[in-house]
Design a protein. Structure first.
Length: 422
């Protein structure tokens, strides 16, 4: 579980290692198999076996993907093997640089722009059957659309919600009627829950958590189609100013400031009564903190209403793959309802297709708020080089308690605008 948490917590940082190498990676040699692919007749085809590279959260995920790929291989008659990467970003970059990439691989939305821009990826999204393409949540399709091209099928996704320690909640005299619906409510309950060695709310000090407040205030780092930078908007300043007020009051703390690696660790150790995390927390709680009783509730609405962030990966296909046609067929199988529900049961992810929503919520009713957020969640910007900018922003947000919010956001505005102007 630790690797999944790390991927989601620090997606900007994780992607940055590969981004440095991106300028010299990828084929970039053109040809009809690259980002300009416009028809299945242009896909490469051969008898070569496929390689599938994944960044696994642990044995359960590795076993589930291997089983699904083996089933497809048996039915199709095409060889296929799964490579669990020890460092996915680095190994992908090395494969592209050597022009021997994996045929199919996990790819996060932060890494997509760089690989797409240098021709490393097959833009196959529009080659999927219309019924399959329309089944993906529209916001996820946006996450993997770059320069107007839908590059790759969303694999699964996560959203952020409020995680509450129900024992501490009850001890503070609170009931389900007190679940916070607004920022003012959150301020109130965080104060009531802050006592002794427990802080009301503990979160990771980064955009990938506090960005949810930005969406609730009515903004994000860019507009939804990534054509305008809005990092230092009045709404975002309001969001970080609100977060800063909680920090100054001592009712919210950053995980690193209390000696923990992420919000889930602080929550599991009883140092936090609440945290803001994604559905990956369920695996960590089961494995590491089985005695903590908790509930998942929607994040409170801000001035602009409900809002949260989402995180997602897609199934990338390499432009240099000698067997793109088979790779596409494999991806279609891996994103089918049966396979996605199998993955959900094996390692807790949420399916990227709307047709699986009712089955998922019936199977995991306690986590329904995570999936309900699909209608209002927003992703991180899809701009080439965005990972480095977010990493820089995270470093500044870590000092939010003593730093002017607008100063932090002005820096992000300048850096993001430079990317947009490229």
């Amino acid at each position: 579980m630790k690797s999944r948490i790390t991927r989601s917590l620090l997606m900007g940082t994780v992607a940055a290692a590969a981004a440095i190498a991106l300028a010299g990676c990828g084929s970039g040699f053109g040809g009809s198999t690259g980002g300009s692919t416009s028809g299945s007749s242009k896909l490469t085809s051969s008898k070569d076996a496929l390689t599938v590279m994944i960044g696994s959260s642990g044995d359960a995920e590795t076993a589930a993907v291997k089983s699904a790929v083996a089933d497809w291989s048996k039915s199709s008659g095409i060889g296929a093997s799964v490579i669990p990467a020890s460092n996915l970003s680095q190994q992908l970059a090395q494969g592209f640089a050597a022009r021997k990439p994996a045929d199919v691989f996990y790819l996060d939305s932060g890494s997509l722009p760089g690989y797409a821009a240098n021709g490393s990826l097959l833009a196959y999204g529009d080659l999927l059957p219309a019924s399959e393409k329309s089944d993906f949540y529209p916001s996820l399709v946006k996450n993997f659309t770059y320069n107007g091209k839908f590059y790759c099928a969303p694999k699964d996704f996560s959203t952020l919600q409020l995680i509450i320690n129900t024992d501490k909640w009850k001890a503070a005299g609170l009931t389900s009627a007190d679940y916070p619906k607004t920022w003012d409510d959150l301020t109130t309950v965080a104060k009531k829950l802050t006592t002794g060695g427990t802080t009301g709310l503990v979160v990771s000090g980064q955009y990938e958590r506090l960005g949810a407040f930005m969406v609730q205030a009515g903004s994000n780092l860019t507009n939804t189609d990534n054509t305008k930078v809005t990092a230092n908007s009045a709404a975002n300043v309001q969001a970080l100013t609100y977060a800063q007020s909680l920090l100054k009051a001592g009712t919210m703390k950053f995980a690193a400031d209390i000696g923990t690696g992420w919000g889930g660790e602080a929550f599991g150790k009883g140092l936090a009564a609440m945290t803001i995390e994604g559905n990956w927390i369920s695996g960590a709680m089961t494995a590491d903190y089985p005695n903590i009783h908790y509930a998942v509730v929607p994040l409170p609405a801000g001035p602009a209403g409900q809002g949260t962030l989402q995180f997602t990966n897609c199934w990338g296909i390499a432009a240099d793959s000698p067997n793109q046609a088979a790779a596409l067929k494999l991806v279609e199988q891996l994103t089918s309802k049966d396979d996605q529900m199998g993955f959900a049961k094996a390692f807790g992810v949420m399916p990227s297709i709307q047709s699986a929503a009712s089955d998922w919520k019936s199977t995991f009713p306690q986590f329904a708020p995570f999936l309900d957020a699909a209608s209002y969640a927003q992703g991180t910007p899809t701009l080439k080089g965005v990972s480095q900018v977010i990493t820089d922003l995270d470093g500044k947000i870590a000092q939010l308690k003593t730093t002017d919010p607008k100063t932090i956001l002005d820096s992000a505005q300048t850096n993001l605008q430079a990317l947009l102007n490229q």
